[in-house]
Design a protein around this ligand. Structure first.
Ligand code: ATP
Ligand code: MG
Ligand code: MG
Length: 547
């Protein structure tokens, strides 16, 4: 094992443990339940859970559910399923909404100390009064309200006496701060909305800045890891901890990880779902964890991917090719080899007289314990139509008139005759096989360069194959002119309605991973039934997009 260098967060944690600042660490993963998790979230999950796996302590799952309008229980369930599927287990399942009473009490404390006030201004007025980064903002007359008046008004806000937008609660910090977020940030806004957990209890909801750090503190999170856009919020985070005199959690920021040839914002992913560019959040072309799972990605390959891109301070877009590379790396080791013919051409073996012959074929040459399976053989086979050429160029190693190839795990055959229908289409190849050329016991002395996959026409089964490809034709659809949806890859799904598979695939289950020989990596789609098997292509065998 090569020695991996520590990322900057591992360095911080090691130093904090070494100095005795903490005896053990607590991290959290804080998704907002307003969509499904995507591959970017996987970086945050692997980082937060990875730190406590490495250094001890534990990680909480905290739903950051302070915005009732966009949140839903469906998302809560999918998020839990995805984290577990990735291989992680949280210690506690918490909800920011569980802290609403405590947060309300924190707000009262700030008001009592003259550190928060109720403001009647509109959001436009508040924005205008904030000034600019180079010019200080100014306080309005509402900042002069007495503690008693603020307490009364805030209570009335809570009790639903005002309409949405009529009043807000603001922290009284510094209207001249060079950090715009410190210019009396809003702590609470009025929202007469039904919340997925607290129902109609609340008419006011805390803002991110007043919920996140305080939730970290309540849970005694030692290292609160978030993405870079929260750097300017750290000052508010620390100010609130200081003024409220609560547990000093510490915020650290790392760079977002984005992926090429896709979009990652939940708003855009939701749009793809709502406008039916895809079949749902778990469409195999989506960058969601559930989409990648349905596509056939393994948790191991996703964890490997997040490890390879690492943890940094600068935002970047990672090539989708790297994720595909990680999938191939793992699937090559674990995928069961199977034969499926997508576009059949019949082969008749004119000299074959056997019945019920069983051939043995290895399940996975990369896995010494992979075992083998039996495949039936007969005089009637299918090969891939594209594996035959009537008029081949030089160095063509597949089948052609008078030429020989090996059938995988079977015999060498030779094409003697091409049978056509009245319109000239090739409908059958009449071939002979060489009885002493059986794989593993070949004494024929024949040398052939090509090996083809094939199925036995007498017992193969029809299956549907979904050949997925990348969803967008450009690296960063969000950066292009016009709508990001203008750049959807029209060929991102090709359906082979009827491919012919060896019968072993009847036993496939959703967690199986397959390599269809010479075709790519595939997995069973959960919509399959016993009589209609559907296989999704995870990734091709080689990178066909390389420039
Ligand atoms: P979006 O902007 O798409 O709604 P979000 O950041 O609001 O995403 P959250 O549910 O709040 O989504 O994210 C939970 C955690 O995952 C946060 O700590 C967030 O910083 C982190 N995260 C989200 N997207 C990425 C990404 N692309 N790379 C790394 N971490 C991410
Ligand atoms: Mg968001
Ligand atoms: Mg967020």
């Amino acid at each position: 094992e090569e020695q991996k260098s520590l990322n900057f967060l591992e360095e911080i944690v090691e130093a904090d443990l070494a100095s005795g600042k903490y005896k053990s660490i607590v991290t959290r993963f804080p998704p907002e339940p307003n969509g499904y998790l995507h591959i970017g979230h996987a970086s945050s999950i692997c980082l937060n859970f990875g730190l406590t796996q490495q250094y001890g302590g534990y990680t909480n799952l905290r739903f950051d559910d302070t915005n009732p309008v966009t949140e839903d229980t469906e998302y809560v369930e999918s998020i839990k399923q995805d984290i577990q599927w990735l291989g992680f287990q949280w210690k506690n399942e918490f909800y920011a909404s569980d802290y609403f009473d405590q947060l309300y009490a924190f707000a009262i404390k700030l008001i009592n100390e003259g550190l928060a006030y109720v403001d009647d201004s509109t959001s436009e007025e508040i924005a205008a009064q904030k000034g600019t980064p180079t010019q200080p903002g100014r306080r309005n007359q509402f900042a002069e309200r007495s503690v008693a008046e603020n307490l009364e008004l805030f209570e009335a806000m809570r009790d639903g006496k005002y309409k949405d937008g009529e009043k807000v609660l603001r922290a009284k910090i510094d209207m001249a701060s060079p950090n715009m977020i410190m210019r009396d940030p809003i702590l609470y806004r009025i929202k007469h909305a039904h919340h997925h957990r607290t129902g109609d209890k609340w008419n006011i909801y805390p803002m991110y800045d007043f919920a996140h750090g305080q939730s970290d503190s309540i849970e005694h999170i030692t290292h609160s890891v978030c993405t870079m856009e929260f750097v300017p919020h750290r000052e508010v985070y620390n100010w609130l901890i200081e003024k409220l005199e609560i547990y000093p959690s510490h915020q650290y920021e790392f760079a977002r990880r984005n992926l090429s040839h896709t979009v990652m914002s939940k708003r855009k992913l939701l749009q793809l779902v709502n406008e039916q560019y895809v079949s749902g959040w778990d469409d195999p072309r989506m960058p969601t964890i559930s989409g990648l799972r349905r596509r056939g990605y393994t948790p191991e390959s996703i964890r490997d991917f997040t490890g390879r891109i690492g943890v940094g301070k600068r935002d970047n877009i990672v090539e989708l090719g790297l994720l595909e590379f990680c999938a191939r790396e793992h699937l090559n080791k674990i995928a069961l080899r199977r034969m499926v013919v997508f576009d059949p051409l019949k082969v008749m073996l004119t000299n074959y007289e056997g019945t019920g012959e069983l051939l043995s074929s290895e399940n996975n040459p990369e896995d010494a314990n992979g075992g083998s399976r039996e495949i039936t053989f007969s005089n009637e086979l299918y090969i891939e139509r594209e594996d035959f050429m009537e008029d081949p160029p030089k160095k063509y190693f597949r089948l052609a008139p008078g030429k020989q190839v090996r059938l995988k795990s079977a015999y060498i055959i030779q094409c003697d005759e091409v049978v056509k229908d009245e319109t000239g289409n090739i409908v059958q190849l009449n071939c002979t096989y060489f009885p002493n050329s059986k794989s593993g016991e070949d004494t024929s002395g024949l040398h052939v360069k090509g090996t083809l996959h094939w199925v036995n026409a007498k017992d193969c089964i029809p299956v549907q194959v979904n050949e997925y490809d990348r969803l967008f034709t450009v690296e960063n659809p969000s950066d292009e002119e016009g709508a990001f949806t203008d750049y959807i890859n029209k060929d991102s799904l090709k359906i082979v309605e009827k491919a012919w598979a060896e019968p072993a695939l009847k036993a496939a289950v959703v967690t199986d991973r397959f390599q269809f020989l010479r075709k790519g990596y595939f997995t069973l789609d959960p919509d399959s039934t016993a009589t209609h098997l559907i296989f999704n292509r995870t990734v091709t065998l080689k990178d066909s997009w390389a420039k």
